[in-house]
Design a protein around this ligand. Structure first.
Ligand code: SF4
Ligand code: SF4
Ligand code: SF4
Length: 336
């Protein structure tokens, strides 16, 4: 019988990038394969859910769970893997903060289905069919996972031991987390695995006093290669974002978008970025503030790109004030 610690990897509502990031370890993936007995990784090998159900509770040493929770299947696997795993790691920004799938919380399931299956210009759906949880087909009952109104983080559905943010986490962050797990040198439960510094702290660009008269889109200017991007009017969330990535984006001329999330003690990442940005506006009157912010398209997307579901806002209410009634399985965070 294997003495190696058992490792599971799973993707819920995700783009697949976090899985690719694990493969991005390149030859070091062999160290992972050598150090761990991989017992579940459906993206890479042919495991079935029944294989996991047959395992003893707490028999998986570590589960790296990426992706947000937005349907019954995501929730079912979150509960199943939580039960089977000693240590549950929210891997990547989607699992940690909701990230891209979480932007759907600016709308709701009915509005999304209406656009996707009825109104979008490329839709050809004369019978107005939308995905149903149960559909009668000649072969019997076709069942799809129930689709939730509200995208949730992993920790909003099951207890999480550690968080490894990033969209996706950098290979160096994954390597650090794997080493910490193998050597038992993990931070206190509930922590983010990684340094508690900001992207600005790791950014090599020269910093001066910041006074912004307007924002520019990246295609509108060629920034000075050595000076802080925010000082040049390019949006950068590095002032209020945890690093660990080595300030990867500003180093290549792109402002940080905030994927590593907030630093310790910050309750609402979007509000923290907003505060940081507000502090550098060169404006004396509310009208001047409005004029500068008018040059920043999609502010909600900029401030809450990675952390809307775990923000204080969590989701948008319906425009007409109507209450969103979640399906019972979603309200309970449990699979139906
Ligand atoms: S965190 Fe980023 S890379 Fe990972 S699944 Fe989500 S969107 Fe994809
Ligand atoms: S470019 Fe961004 S990360 Fe670098 S110093 Fe300026 S605000 Fe900070
Ligand atoms: S610079 Fe910002 S957006 Fe880019 S990888 Fe680092 S934390 Fe993520």
């Amino acid at each position: 019988m294997s003495e190696k610690p058992k490792l599971a990897l799973y993707w819920a509502s995700s783009c697949g990038g976090c899985e690719i990031a694990v493969l991005g370890l390149h030859e070091k993936i062999l160290n992972v394969a050598e150090a761990f007995d991989i017992v579940f990784w459906p993206c890479v090998m042919d495991f079935k859910y029944a294989d996991v159900e047959a395992m003893d509770d707490d028999s998986i040493d570590v589960c790296l769970f990426n992706g947000a929770i937005r349907n019954d299947e995501n929730a079912r696997l979150a509960h199943l893997l939580r039960r089977k795993s000693k240590v549950m790691v929210a891997f990547g920004s989607c699992a940690s903060g909701g990230s891209m799938p979480g932007l759907a919380n600016f709308t709701d399931r009915d509005a999304m289905f209406d656009w996707i299956y009825h109104k979008s210009p490329t839709t050809d759906n004369p019978d107005g069919i939308v995905p149903m949880k149960h559909t009668d087909v000649p072969e019997g009952d076709l069942e799809l996972p129930g689709f939730w109104h509200t995208v949730k983080t992993l920790a909003q559905v099951v207890p999480v031991d550690y968080f490894l943010p990033g969209c996706p986490p950098e290979a160096s962050s994954i390597e650090m987390a794997v080493n910490a797990i193998l050597t038992g040198q993990l931070p206190p439960p509930g922590s983010v695995i990684g340094p508690d510094v900001t992207v600005c702290d790791e950014c090599p660009r020269e910093k001066h006093e910041k006074k912004i008269k307007r924002f520019y889109r990246p295609y509108e200017i060629i920034p000075d290669p050595d000076t802080c991007l925010l000082e040049q009017g390019l949006f950068c969330a590095g002032i209020a974002t945890r690093s660990g990535c080595g300030a990867r984006c500003p180093q290549v001329g792109m402002g940080c978008r905030g994927c590593y999330g907030p630093n310790e003690g910050v309750v609402d990442h979007g509000a923290k970025i907003l505060t940081g940005i507000a502090s550098v506006l060169d404006a004396q009157t509310p009208e001047e503030v409005d004029a500068i912010l008018d040059t920043l398209p999609d502010p909600a997307g900029y401030f809450y790109r990675f952390h809307l579901p775990d923000s204080l806002l969590r989701r948008r209410a319906r425009a007409n004030g109507e209450k969103i009634v979640a399906p019972a399985s979603e309200a309970a965070g449990e699979p139906a």
